[in-house]
Design a protein around this ligand. Sequence first.
Ligand code: GLU
Length: 426
Amino acid sequence: MTVKYKEPAPIHGELNPLDSMMERFSVAAEILGLDESMYNALKSPEKSVAVSLPVTMDNGKIEVFEGFRVVHSAKLGPSKGGIRYAPSVNIDEVKALAAWMTWKCAVVGIPYGGAKGGIKCNPREMSQGELERLTRAYTVAMADVFGPEKDIPAPDMGTNPQIMAWIMDEYSKLKGVASPAVVTGKPLVLGGSLGRVEATGRGVMVSARSAMGKLKMNPNKARAAVQGFGNVGSISAKLLELQGVKICAISDVTGAYMNEGGIDIEKAIAYVEQNGGNLEGFTGADTCTNEELLTADVDVLVPAALEDQITSKNADKIKARLIVEGANGPTSANADSILNDKGVMVVPDILANAGGVSVSYFEWVQNRLGYFWTEERVNRRADRIMKQAFETVFAASKKYNVNMRIAAYITAIDKVASTKQIRGIF
Ligand code: GLU
């Protein structure tokens, strides 16, 4: 029996990330004719853990932080997904991000389920010592959730290789064994993989190239705007520039910067490195607003910052013909139909930014083998995964006559549902 799924209630006119995810999931489930019990089984996370983390701050006071880890599914393999440190972290967001990881791993065909973690904190205002104590406290609290064959965290917004190193160290000490495969995105000396830092941005570039091919867009004549200049945004911009694309606008938390003639991305990256990690005061472009960046007169838009940037309020003003989602959830569900009607091709997050988790998979494989690959091998294999996944999703979009986002959900849900079916349900 197939059921008509109820539309989630809008929040402030838009949907929160969990509802936004469910909205697309419901559409794909209906097209697939997923039965109601399977729909219910897939929509609920397998495990949600919330912990309180008391941490001694540098001033001697104890602050209590909220931490979460949600395992959405561990049916295709151990669950996989990053840990986010941000003031906005909440359980609904973590649940949405965990489900996105399940779909993402299924789309690119790596043997993982999906999970996500988060700590509500402001890492920009914390010292290294405070971050280390917080990370170790979180690892102790999650010691029975994590495991190389159970649940494998990685970096996400606000976390980095150093934080992954503390997780590896604390977990290894707790278990009394060296356990590099419990976490990915580690520094190279601790068993990290060559190519992991660049992997998400590289996957964005490879997806953009595949999409440009379908749209008959010449990269040497294309212009792009990239929102966000962290790991994903800066590397996507750099690699797209190397493909001949002119990057006309970039941004970070300090503001947006536009130069019709093209921004020198190497210079912008060097500037950020010398300027405390941000673009403030960058002179290679004029300043503009975030809205101006999103609606700039470009061919390609790469949102690589936060969720809900492209919404029903600005989607009709977007001029780009191609959107490649470097961030998770940058387009609200309400904006999808507007972009669809305008004929914009959107390469969805669960496909476009899957390069990161794909190379996390390679890192885990190398850790388990105890044998490390060259960067060339990592990149070649990651590129192949991304290209194949793009073609699979593109073919599904033709077969079901749907946009790339729904096609990606169909591809993922079909795979997870059939695996769940074959393994059996209570
Ligand atoms: N946080 C990244 C993502 O959202 C990477 C996850 C991983 O490598 O496990 O895809």
